[in-house]
Write a protein that binds this ligand. Structure first.
Ligand code: NAD
Length: 300
């Protein structure tokens, strides 16, 4: 069996086409969606990621506010910047590029209004995942979920193994699939005998950041394999965590790297920003608005 390719680039393109119509509707109603991206310091990888996000915004008609702060910016100034953006009606989404130098990341993430937390990293949104009610699902697992949907697979009852337990990918991914009634196993660097778990997976999602971690013997015949990993090899080649050439002979569906999960992450960021702008059109107090409101904040 040779796996069918789950084409994240194509799905991303299709979704972004749809975004243009949503932006036009918003603009007609006097709202231009806006995303603020804060970069502290000059980490080269972060600069590339921020550049990609700003470019994607422009492509979809979303206004971007790129705020570059020097690496020695005091935490209080970062918090003040977030407070200003929280209060700015032209800004519908705020994200702060991680990792942060010398600043307590958690307190910065908690300062972002839950109504503008388009990365989905605020504790409110994280907690929302646990109870199956989040305003903004975190972008990478959200993208993976849509990629899985394109295979037409109902995940309910399936064995899903997530390799990687980070706060931004592995854990939220597991919670989202648990919400869809999959039987979820989470593996991580301390898991003993990884293969013993992965071989049982109907759906294997790998986000470890270890090139070549998943080889064909670890994969069940016919499994769906989603490779979140992005690794740069010494020769400059970008690869995932899965031995693509070997595993594609066993899997039924597989994502390539690049061109699988990667393009979806930024696309879901735009999706969350548009949703936030659409929420902003709802009039506070109306029935409509109540539907959109974060339940825990009602009456606050
Ligand atoms: P992380 O370093 O925060 O977490 C890695 C996780 O993998 C940890 O839970 C660790 O315990 C686990 N792990 C490490 N080695 C392992 C091993 N040998 N066996 C089993 N588990 C192991 O990383 P992250 O931020 O979650 O990112 C993971 C990968 O996904 C990286 O390659 C990153 O570049 C990529 N990523 C891609 C996207 C995207 O848009 N495609 C987004 C975020 C992260």
């Amino acid at each position: 069996m040779t796996a069918r390719i789950i084409d994240g680039k194509a799905l991303s393109k299709q979704l972004r086409e749809g975004f243009k119509a949503r932006v036009a509707t918003l603009v007609e109603q006097g709202v231009t969606p806006g995303l603020a991206v804060i970069l502290v310091g000059d980490n080269p990888a972060s600069r590339v990621y921020v550049g990609n996000k700003v470019k994607a915004c422009e492509e979809c008609g979303v206004r971007s506010f790129h705020i570059a702060l020097p690496s020695d910016t005091p935490q209080a100034e970062v918090l003040a910047t977030i407070a200003r953006l929280n209060a700015d009606p032209a800004v519908h989404g705020i994200l702060i590029q991680l990792p942060l130098p010398h600043i307590d990341g958690r307190s910065v993430l908690e300062a972002i209004s839950v109504h503008k937390d388009v990365d989905g990293f605020h504790l409110y949104n994280v907690g929302g995942l646990v109870v199956g009610n989040t305003i903004f699902p975190p972008c990478t697992p959200y993208g993976v979920q849509l990629l899985l949907d394109t295979t037409g697979t109902d995940v309910a009852g399936k064995n899903v193994v997530v390799v990687g337990a980070s706060n931004i990918v592995g854990k939220p991914m597991a919670l989202m699939l648990l919400q869809r009634e999959a039987t979820v196993t989470i593996c991580h660097a301390r898991t003993r005998d990884l293969a013993q778990h992965t071989i049982l997976a109907d759906i294997l999602i790998v986000a470890a950041g270890r090139p070549g971690l998943i080889v064909p013997q670890m994969v069940k015949q016919g499994a769906i394999v989603i490779d979140v990993g992005i690794n740069r090899l010494p020769d400059g080649k970008i690869v995932g965590d899965v031995d693509f050439e070997g595993v594609k002979e066993k899997a039924s569906w597989i994502t390539p790297v690049p061109g699988g999960v990667g393009p979806m992450t930024v696309t879901m960021l735009i999706e969350n920003t548009l949703r936030s702008a659409e929420r902003a059109l709802h009039v506070p107090g109306s029935e409509d608005y109540q539907d959109w409101e974060a339940p825990v904040l009602k009456g606050a």
